[in-house]
Structure formats: C-alpha cells, structure tokens
Design a protein around this ligand. Structure first.
Ligand code: GAP
Length: 467
C-alpha cells in the first residue's frame, strides 16, 4: 500500500502553476478568490476530459443528443426552478477579522452533519459550541463568529440599454447549473429532432455560484464548468433508468484509470421535495484526505418540466403514441463538475518515485487519452543539425495527428523530466541510427522502457496504445 501524501495538494497546486496548468485569476491585480484560469496544458487536459465525456455520453449513444445553451436565460427560469427563493447557503461572519465561512462547514468540522439543515438547527448547534467556548474563527482564532444568516448563491448581472441598466427589472442571473438550459430547450429538441422517450440531452458549459467559502483549489470555485445530461423518460421506468445511469457513470471513471477502490457511491438521505433518489459518485482524494463528491445522479421526477410549463404557460407534455398516453416526462440527471474531475485525475495521476541515484522522478500517470501532449520528439544532440532537422520534420508530421512537442533544450534526462511532469505518455529520440535506418527510440512514461520502431509506424503505435 502506498503511503498517503499529506502534502499532495501543495504539490499539485505548485505543479499546476509551474507547468502552466492552472493559475489563480487576475494575479497581477492581487487575485480573485475562487476564480481560476487554465493555461496551455490545463486547457488541453480540460478539453480532453470534456471530449471523452461527450464521446461516451453522446457519440457512442443513440439516445442522447447535444446542446450548447446560453448562460443568460429568462429570469423567470430561476424563479420557476426555485433557485431565486431557495438557492442559499448558511453564512457566518467573523466580527473581528471579517472572514466569512459556511456555517454547515464549521459544524462538519465538529462532526455535526448540517448539509441542507434548517437555519434554526444550525444556529442552535452554533450556540451550543459558543457556550462551550469552542466556536473560534478559523482565521484569527477569536471567539467573534456571529449568527448564521442565509446567503443567496445566485450571481446577478444586468442586461439592457445603458439608461435602464440598473433597474431591478433588468436583472438577469448567470446560470447556477447548466441543466436549466436543457429544460428550456426540451421542447425545441423534441420538435426538431423528434426523439422518442427515453432520450437524453447533454451539454457542457459554465455555471456560476456565489460560494461563500470557495476552497480546496479548483474543487469549489465561483465560476466552473458542468457536464450534465438530463434523461427524459416515462415514470414507470424511473427505477431501472436510475440504476442504468448510476452504473454507466461509475464505469466511466474506471475507463479512464480511476481504480475501483478509490470510488464509491454516497446515497443522499435528505432529498429535495421533488426528488425520489440521489447519489453522489465520490472519489477518494489523497490531496484532500478522503472521499468527496465529483458527480451527482438525481431522479428529479417531473418537477423541472412541470414548473417551466406552469411559469411559461407552454404545454411541455409528451404524447406516447404506442401507449396512447400523454404525460410530462420524468428526468434522471447526471451532473459532473469538470474542474473536480480535472483535480481528481491529477490527484490520481501524480506519482513520485525515487531513482537509484536518489533523485525524485515526478510524473503524471494520466490516461493517454487525457494527456495534454501525446508525444514529444527530441534530437539526441542539439548541436548536430542533421539530427535536429530530422527530428523537427518528424514533429511536423506527427503534430498533424496528435498534440505534439519538439524539444532540443538541455540534456535528454531533463527533457524526459519536463514531459513526465505534464504527463506525456511517449517521448521519441532521433539519433544517428535514425539517419540511416529511419527508426527511432520511443520511451514509455510509466515504465521508462524504450523500444526501437520505424518512423512510419509511430502514428499507428500511438493510436493502438490509446484505444
Ligand atoms: N444540476 C444539478 C446540480 O447542479 P450539484 O450537486 O449542485 O447538482 C453537480 O452540482 C456537480 O457540479 C457537483 O458534483 C460538482 O462536481 C460540480 N460543482 C458544483 N458546485 C461546484 C463548485 N462551486 N465548484 C466546482 N464544481 C462544482
């Protein structure tokens, strides 16, 4: 058994910054809490996760179609969904240092489960801790934490002409979840593509939440991406469909190298009033000391379509010709956070081994399909123009098919280490033999093993290993 690495989060954050995966946003202005930018390798890794999700959820299915809906929606959308009235978190302020905390997180630190608890319960529990002189600010250490208050997580903006921009009626919300757009486009999808139940609509996009305590790097942020799919079905099938999607989504993680023993389901005991079942897929984050949610699978009943039908006045029924019945479809949703998956893949991939020479080798053992760069090409020596041009020509050829890098900087060992750190699965060295026999050395990131192969076999070799 490998030992837990207490410092893994620090190491991941440092690698992300050093190697251009993730940067804290607006750093030159002092930064913005809970907002991050993705650099070259980060944006490539994120795109690859997204593509693999879309491939499995849309391309390889006959019953799911795609969508890319707008971030802004009619403000009534969020009244109908209940977000304007009820998308809140309990907040506690420190009167001394002005830090702000999630009240339920404070209670969790004392072993009190307060997820979705009432404000009354939360304040009662906080009072007990206060009386026992245990309620101290996690930032300044003073006993200055106030009462818990409700804090809306909706992010507001304004749309309109410059004169009336500040009017209340021009307020719009940045969507707090992407599924809202799917419900609004259910009817257009039905009318344009004529899918038969059961069918799903899937999309990837930005969501915004005014999180009180954005924390744990990119795990909980104020701007993030979700990969959501809503599966519309006849309510008689809810149980089997729910089980089907639970299994499909769990298996997805195994496909991309997440070990079975680092995954589990968490069953929600407290459900939203419209939901009949809800599970989270949790991953055992070494960087955060335990299992945390990466994805939710929810049976939402007919709540969403019924509410939007009621608030818009538009009929959102489905007519089932085979059974001659008309009804509002029920929905099973799968909802994953892209940044959480990104962090999960890094957490799982980060590997350190001590070489015989006593040096620490750091590499990202990412599934090659997810790796930002698939192959790097090096000339053995920088000062031999015939090797450099041969290797560069090979790079120009390979980059037509794969994200590829050319590197002739520093010794070969350093070049390997640079690629290891960004998770490049294969490195190719062009040497003097290449000039006469057109073969190269290809080195595997995880085993360090080297093979000799012909230049014109490289593309097929990589494709075979990736599939
Ligand atoms: N439509 C259902 C929905 O949005 P959720 O449990 O609130 O459900 C689903 O969110 C997923 O979105 C979570 O499992 C998580 O991966 C991701 N997520 C939610 N809030 C997030 C945040 N503030 N930062 C990053 N990811 C977040």
């Amino acid at each position: 058994m490998q030992e837990k690495d207490e410092k893994l989060m620090e190491k991941i954050i440092s690698l992300c910054k050093r190697r251009g995966f993730v940067f804290a946003s607006s750093e030159i202005y002092g930064g913005m809490a809970g907002i991050y930018d993705y650099g070259h390798y980060g944006s490539l890794l994120k795109d690859n996760i997204k593509k693999e999700w879309q491939k499995n959820m849309i391309q390889l299915r006959e019953d799911v179609v795609g969508l890319d809906s707008a971030i802004f929606m009619h403000p009534k959308t969020w009244v109908a969904s209940g977000h304007v009235a009820g998308f809140n978190d309990p907040q506690v302020d420190c009167h001394n240092c002005k830090s702000r905390f999630r009240a339920d997180h404070i209670l969790e630190d004392f072993g009190i489960q307060a997820d979705k608890a009432t404000l009354e319960f939360i304040n009662d529990e906080l009072n007990k801790l206060r009386e026992a002189k245990k309620l101290l600010c996690q930032n300044c250490g003073k006993a200055c934490l106030g009462e818990a208050r409700v804090f809306s997580m909706m992010v507001k903006s304004n749309l309109g002409s410059p004169v009336d921009i500040l009017d209340e009626e021009n307020i719009v919300y940045l969507r707090p979840e992407t599924c809202g757009g799917i419900y609004l486009e259910y009817k257009n999808t039905l009318d344009s593509l004529h899918p038969k139940l059961p069918f799903g609509i899937a999309q990837v996009g930005k969501a915004f939440r005014n999180e009180i305590a954005a924390r744990q790097f990119i795990f909980r942020t104020r701007e993030f991406e979700q990969m959501e799919m809503q599966y519309f079905h006849d309510p008689v099938d809810t149980n089997s469909i729910f089980e089907m999607w639970k299994q499909i989504r769990y298996d997805w993680y195994l496909l991309y190298g997440i070990p079975d023993d680092k995954l589990r389901f968490y069953k929600h005991e407290k459900l939203a009033h419209y939901a009949s079942d809800a599970y989270d897929v949790e991953y055992d984050f070494e960087s955060m000391g335990g299992f945390k949610e990466v994805e939710g699978i929810h049976a939402r009943g007919d709540w969403d379509l019924s509410q939007h039908s009621k608030f818009s006045g538009i009929n959102l029924d489905y007519y089932d010709e085979a059974n001659k019945k008309r009804f509002i479809p029920h929905i099973v949703e799968t909802s994953a956070g892209l940044a959480r998956m990104f962090l999960m893949f890094l957490d799982n991939a980060y590997t350190e081994i001590l070489s015989e020479e006593g040096e620490t080798r750091v590499f990202l053992k990412l599934d090659p399909k997810l790796s930002p760069i698939k192959v790097a090409v090096f000339p053995l020596l920088k000062n031999k123009p015939e090797l450099v041009s041969n290797a560069h020509d090979l790079y120009l050829e390979l980059r037509k098919e794969f994200m590829c890098e050319f590197d002739d900087n520093g010794n070969i060992g350093k070049r390997y280490r640079r690629q290891d750190e960004i998770g490049t699965p294969w490195c190719i060295v062009v040497d003097f033999d290449t000039l006469t026999d057109d073969s190269v050395t290809i080195r595997d990131r995880d085993t360090g093993k080297q093979e000799r192969i012909k230049k014109d076999e490289i593309a097929a070799y990589i494709k075979e290993k990736m599939n």
